[in-house]
Design a binder for this molecule. Structure first.
Ligand SMILES: Cc1cc2nc3c(=O)[nH]c(=O)nc-3n(C[C@H](O)[C@H](O)[C@H](O)COP(=O)(O)OP(=O)(O)OC[C@H]3O[C@@H](n4cnc5c(N)ncnc54)[C@H](O)[C@@H]3O)c2cc1C
Ligand code: FES
Length: 267
């Protein structure tokens, strides 16, 4: 069930450079959203734009959800300036969710703010006692808010070598796959297109099961504008218009797609 809920702002903190985490009391969405799903946010009741802003949920506990976001434009600037006790109009849960992690080693890969749905899955796997590795990539240490802790399966990477492994997320992915039967592994990833495309191609070449959450530009968020298309690798067997056989909609069919299902993460 999808809810339109007025959430209450509980706190906002800058957790890394220009990256904020806001906790929102939203009992219906917190109780029903699944890791990987997203919400559509009206940043202000005086917002003059037609479209809401989609955000993944980074945590859900005791009637409270959190979002992690970078301020890139007007909508996210309004979010960063929310005050304690403000009401915020949310629609959710939206989209599909992560699954297929039972009895597998789950390798969770997040890049930039793509870490949000990955952290929610990490929390969920913690509660279930499932085995996991967490990999987070960023340009430099100022964008990280988690400690590099390889002994506990937590790897940070930076492009400039200022924290953790110098390089991209494929380096720790290869380390995590050493001496492991890839049949027992599943990769879950969310991040910028270049990172996602590298993970997609690597997982296909190595025969690893891999689900990718795409954070493409979205307008309507509910299947009307066709602005969030992703090209399928093979034609789908839908009885709808032939266009829908070739292209999926990230808002309706995703945001999560199997690596083999789509042609590219560069949308
Ligand atoms: C399913 C989904 C989940 C998302 N989850 C998160 C999240 O957890 N945290 C987060 O920070 N962001 C997330 N995003 C992206 C987020 O929706 C946009 O950053 C946000 O809408 C920007 O709104 P704005 O009004 O501040 O910026 P705008 O004024 O709309 O845009 C400012 C600039 O950012 C660019 N931009 C806007 N959206 C995106 C995007 N999706 N990808 C790349 N560039 C973009 C625009 O082209 C423009 O140059 C998600 C997107 C989707 C589709
Ligand atoms: S955002 Fe409009 S169809 Fe997906």
């Amino acid at each position: 069930m999808i809810f339109n809920e007025l959430a209450i702002v509980e706190s906002t903190e800058e957790i890394a450079s220009n990256t904020f985490q806001t906790f929102l009391k939203s009992p219906k969405i917190a109780a029903s959203i699944k890791p990987g799903q997203f919400i559509n946010i009206l940043p202000s009741e005086y917002w003059d734009k037609m479209m809401r802003r989609p955000m993944s949920v980074a945590s859900q506990k005791d009637e409270v959800i959190s979002i992690i976001y970078k301020v890139v434009g007007e909508g996210t600037e309004l979010m960063q300036n929310w005050s304690l006790g403000d009401s915020v109009d949310l629609i959710g849960p939206l989209g599909n969710f992560w699954d297929g992690y039972a009895d597998k080693l789950s390798i969770l890969i997040g890049g930039g703010v793509g870490i949000a749905p990955i952290l929610n899955l990490h929390n969920h796997l913690d509660e279930l006692g499932e085995e996991k590795v967490l990999i987070m990539g960023a340009r430099n240490s100022s964008e990280h808010f988690i400690d590099h802790n390889p002994e506990n399966g937590v790897y940070m990477t930076t492009d400039d070598g200022s924290l953790g492994i110098h390089g991209n997320v494929l380096e720790p992915l290869k380390i995590a796959l050493e001496n492991i039967d890839i049949q027992n592994v599943k990769v879950f990833a969310c991040g910028p297109p270049a990172m996602m495309e590298a993970v997609r191609q690597y997982s296909i070449s190595e025969g690893i099961e891999c689900d990718l959450a795409l954070e493409t530009l979205m307008a309507c968020g509910f299947g009307i504008c066709q602005g969030c298309t992703v090209e399928f690798e093979k034609k789908q067997k839908t009885t709808e218009h032939s266009y829908r056989n070739r292209f999926g909609l990230v808002c309706m069919d995703g945001p999560i797609f199997e690596s083999k299902e789509i042609k590219s993460c560069h949308l």
